[in-house]
Ligand binder design. Structure first.
Ligand code: SF4
Length: 64
């Protein structure tokens, strides 16, 4: 699975970072930065949660 972000949609709400700060960070403008592009195991579960809770639908998981 590959974790993808859409900066055009991201509103900098930060829920993804609060879900797992090892996987997500925010740049100086507050936009999401993905730190682990291919999450596995527990990281993949956290990524799914972040995709679900992002209010802007700016995150997605795609098959490799
Ligand atoms: S990806 Fe979603 S949850 Fe993360 S900062 Fe952007 S809008 Fe907020």
């Amino acid at each position: 699975m590959r974790l993808e972000k859409d900066h055009d949609r991201c509103i900098g709400a930060g829920q993804c970072v609060r879900t797992d700060p090892r996987i997500f960070d925010q740049d100086d403008d507050g936009l999401v930065k993905v730190l682990i592009e291919r999450p596995r195991g527990a990281d993949e579960a956290a990524a799914h949660k972040a995709v679900f809770i992002c209010p802007a639908k700016a995150l997605s998981l795609a098959e490799d």
